[in-house]
Write a protein that binds this ligand. Structure first.
Ligand code: PLP
Length: 423
């Protein structure tokens, strides 16, 4: 088959109707599926045959989105989850047991930071944090025989740090550890982590993938290349799973994907709904167009803010002079999307006055959809973090996060100008 470009995959991947079927993927709003032959059903449960039997494990609409995002990322299968957080939780649960650890960048989404630092700790899984700019030797010191994966975001939310793929992937290869990347803010349109050494990609599809702030969702994509067979670091993949008829996951074509679905999705039920998969399918049709516009708008806005007297600093990786400009050029040559952060000259009150006077960008907890929005992370999404944790996550007290939408860029700049006059 012809190797299609990402713009074509965004529109076409995942679904091809048969004669007389609906041109766009239908919403299959059913918990369960009919079979007249009990042997066929038994084969489904034994994973000897592919098919749908219960929507907690697989559903045709969710399956279409799974195939589409797996194709966009260049992976072998996708697992649709109820949210980005459940995708991250399921990834950790599939790979880790009590006593294991995750070596992770500190500059990550606040919810993920909590998951790795606090919630998983209650179940005996430790998060070990490193600074994204730390030398490889320092990161390697955190890895031991119980490390199950190394984690980072392609573009960190909200610190806007760009992942140094070569550095982390070399570390992972040296230690035979899985490299898991959250590609939410870059999307496969701007960066494809599996081609850069990652083994598993995670998404909050609630962001650019849907792009309209309509549907919560998460996706895990298995790259399918990692060797689990007889790998002493991953014993759980090499012993029969008694809860699944003695299945040995390492013997399968996609060990991680099957274990994640058959074991963890079965037991948690953190599945994406068919309705949300449908909205995300619709949204993702225009992903390539949108990412281009988000990037071009944000580039102009970052340049405008960088020169503004009321702005102390701007963090946008595609802005010349940004500390990660070289990494952005190397790994995200098409642009870095709409997310940026900047420091207002002033205190928390000055940040609030600025945000309250904006007419177009609204204050929201959300990011990465067609509408521009702003947020003050230190007093909202990250307010549960201590000062030390805030600084480890790269969140200054005067940091404002701006998610640039696809509106007219001159209108956005005019709005920012008038709002900054109130600071
Ligand atoms: N990963 C990143 C990079 C995010 O920005 C978010 C949410 O903002 C998540 C994961 C969690 O996703 P969700 O809100 O869909 O649970």
């Amino acid at each position: 088959m012809m190797k299609e470009h990402i713009e074509t995959l965004c529109v076409q991947a995942g679904y091809r109707p048969e004669t007389g079927e609906s041109r766009i993927p239908p919403i299959v709003q059913s918990t369960t599926f009919f079979y007249g032959d009990s042997q066929v059903m038994a084969d489904l449960f034994d994973l000897k045959r592919e098919g749908f039997f219960y929507s907690r494990l697989a559903n045709p609409t969710v399956d279409t989105l799974e195939k589409k995002i797996a194709a966009l990322e260049g992976g072998v299968c996708g697992i649709g989850c109820s949210s980005g957080m459940s995708a991250l939780l399921l990834t950790a649960m599939t790979l880790c047991e009590a006593g294991d650890n995750i070596v992770t960048a500190g500059e990550i989404y606040g919810g993920t930071f909590n998951l790795f630092s606090t919630t998983l700790k209650k179940f005996g899984i430790e998060g070990r944090f490193f600074d994204a700019d730390a030398p490889a030797e320092d990161i390697e010191k955190l890895i031991d025989g119980k490390t199950k994966f190394v984690f980072a975001e392609t573009i960190a939310n909200p610190a806007i740090v760009v992942l140094d793929f070569d550095k982390i992937s070399a570390i992972c290869k040296r230690h035979g550890v899985l490299f898991v990347v959250d590609n939410t803010l870059a999307t496969p349109v701007l960066c494809r982590p599996l081609a850069l050494g990652a083994d598993i990609v995670v998404h909050s599809t609630s962001k650019y993938m849907d792009g309209h702030a309509a549907a919560l969702g998460g996706m895990i994509v298995d790259g399918g290349k990692f060797l689990y067979k007889d790998n002493p670091r991953y014993p759980a993949f090499n012993v029969p799973d008694e809860s699944y008829h003695g299945l040995v996951y390492a013997d399968l074509a996609a060990p991680f994907g099957v274990k994640c679905r058959a074991q963890m999705m079965r037991d948690t039920g953190a599945v994406m709904s068919p309705q949300n998969a449908f909205y995300t399918l619709l949204g993702s049709d225009t992903l390539a167009l949108r990412m281009e516009r988000h990037s071009r708008n944000a580039e102009q806005i970052a340049a405008f803010l960088a020169k503004h007297p009321k702005i102390e600093w701007v963090r946008y990786a595609a802005l010349q002079g940004d500390r990660h400009y070289a990494l952005a050029k190397k790994y995200l040559p098409k642009g870095t999307g709409g997310m940026m952060s900047f420091g207002i000259r002033g205190d928390v009150g000055a940040c609030a006055r600025f945000m309250e006077h904006l007419h177009i960008a609204t204050q929201e907890t959300h990011v990465a959809d067609v509408r521009s929005c702003v947020l003050h992370p230190a007093s909202t999404t990250h307010r549960q973090l201590s000062e030390d944790q805030l600084s480890a996550a790269g969140i200054a007290p005067n940091l404002v996060r701006l998610s640039v939408g696809i509106e007219n860029v001159d209108d956005l700049i005019a709005d920012l100008t008038q709002a900054l006059s109130h600071v």
